[in-house]
Design a protein around this ligand. Structure first.
Ligand SMILES: Cc1cc2nc3c(=O)[nH]c(=O)nc-3n(C[C@H](O)[C@H](O)[C@H](O)COP(=O)(O)OP(=O)(O)OC[C@H]3O[C@@H](n4cnc5c(N)ncnc54)[C@H](O)[C@@H]3O)c2cc1C
Length: 396
């Protein structure tokens, strides 16, 4: 019987990994199943563009993986039973149980409401495609007149506010953040950011902690009221509760706890990567949720899974954090480098060249998923029949 590898989530981490397994492991030895709720690869990095009204290229997963031998299962994961090695999925036909021998958990993240009343009922967000499309419909309803409040002062809030302001110049955009807008940026980058907000006419309220959202806007801790026809909640990401409920060891925020090889510390047949994993980067700090982190962690997870199954040595991949790329609409951006302690360096790039670089990064990230086997060696490794050093299980 082939070894069953099940990959949960076909985002930046999962889709890339599934394609690589198909390319590098012998098809007689493994059966690879990729489970995803949506029929296509969603470029999360561009969801603020989708919300603002731009149309994104579609990458149908069935097309991306045709001819790879991967079994694509379009269904929602509702549960992982880490003791019995099964995943419960639900689709239009009902509920099913998928057994696995090795699981790669890459379900990504969603919006974090931080328990603020009214966010779930009244706010919009851009952390998932259905939510971004809902916001887009609301902005369409507003037409050329209305007030949009963006809550948050970090990457997603900045990208959402500037994109909406640029794409829908008739709307009045306000941003409220509990700290400083882009407060972590170096001096040069922050100056560039504030000038861009000025140019777009975005009103900024710093040191405003929003404590309630309703259908007419939001209220801050100091009593300030922000009237809005649409409130966009962009105050951080949270992982799905599935891992915590599965019996896997998780961090306080629900991310899967792994060793340096991205292997679950509680269940060695489970690996995790991307936003869903809690891991310490080369700088000794937790890696932030980002596309780059997804690339590094899944690179390590793939190498570990292939090494563990084939008996080959598992290389230790680097897990760096080098900086941020932040779009400010389509014609401007900031590239901010960070040092070895994750603090912003004085060096930053802004303007059209940064926008060009950001566009190239987005294209490369999407291409690595839509051609997941590109550039990979075609040599397909046979699985080892040796017993797993940790679990004692025979791997093939
Ligand atoms: C608007 C926006 C802009 C961003 N900009 C940047 C940026 O500029 N730079 C950067 O580095 N990062 C950025 N990020 C963060 C980046 O998108 C994430 O860090 C990255 O997507 C993580 O990759 P992942 O593979 O872990 O998860 P994802 O890409 O989220 O993939 C998870 C996959 O799992 C699927 N899934 C989730 N739950 C289930 C379920 N229950 N059942 C089945 N399938 C499920 C999802 O549909 C998705 O396909 C941005 C995010 C957003 C929302």
């Amino acid at each position: 019987m082939p070894h069953r590898i099940v990959v949960l989530g076909a985002g930046y981490a999962g889709a890339f990994a599934a394609g690589n397994f198909a390319r590098r492991l012998h098809p007689d030895d493994v059966e690879i199943t990729l489970v995803n709720a949506e029929p296509d690869f969603v470029e999360r990095l561009r969801l603020h563009q989708l919300a603002a009204g731009q149309d994104l290229r579609r990458y149908e997963l069935a097309e991306v993986f045709s001819g790879t031998g991967i079994r694509l299962r379009l269904a929602r994961v509702t549960e992982v039973d880490a003791e019995h090695r099964t995943v419960t999925v639900v689709d239009g036909k009902g509920t099913d149980s998928l057994p696995y021998d090795t699981l790669l958990y890459t379900l990504g993240s969603t919006v974090a409401d931080h328990g603020v009343p009214g966010v779930a009922e009244h706010a919009f967000h851009v952390a998932a495609r259905p939510a971004a499309l809902r916001l887009r419909r609301r902005l369409d309803e507003l037409g050329g007149d209305g007030k949009v409040l963006v809550v948050g002062g970090n990457l997603t809030a900045i990208e959402a506010a500037t994109e909406i302001a640029e794409s829908r110049p008739g709307l009045r955009v306000t941003l409220a953040t509990r700290g400083e807008l882009g407060g972590w940026l170096g001096r040069k980058a922050r100056r560039h950011l504030l000038a861009a907000f000025d140019r777009f006419g975005i009103e900024v309220h710093e040191h405003s902690t929003v404590v309630r959202v309703d259908g007419t806007g939001a209220v801050a801790a100091d009593g300030r009221v922000f009237a809005a026809d649409a409130t966009v909640w962009a105050a951080g990401f949270a992982v799905h509760p599935i891992a915590a409920a599965s019996g896997l060891a998780v961090a306080d925020n629900g991310q899967v706890l792994v060793d340096r090889r991205m292997r679950s510390v509680s269940h060695p047949d489970v690996y995790a990567a991307g936003d869903a994993v809690h891991t310490i980067g080369d700088n000794g700090l937790p890696l932030p949720m980002s596309c780059a982190s997804a690339g590094y962690t899944v690179g390590q997870a793939m190498a570990s899974i292939i090494g563990d199954l084939t008996g080959k040595e598992v290389p230790t991949k680097s897990l760096p954090y080098v900086g941020n790329h932040i779009s400010l609409g389509r014609k401007d951006a900031i590239i901010q480098a960070v040092d070895g302690t994750a603090r912003s360096k004085s060096w930053a790039l802004g303007g059209r060249s940064a926008a060009w670089l950001k566009a190239a990064i987005l294209r490369t990230a999407a291409l690595s998923v839509s051609y997941p086997t590109f550039g990979m060696p075609t040599r397909r490794h046979r699985l080892s029949t040796a017993a797993d050093p940790v679990t004692g299980a025979v791997t093939a």
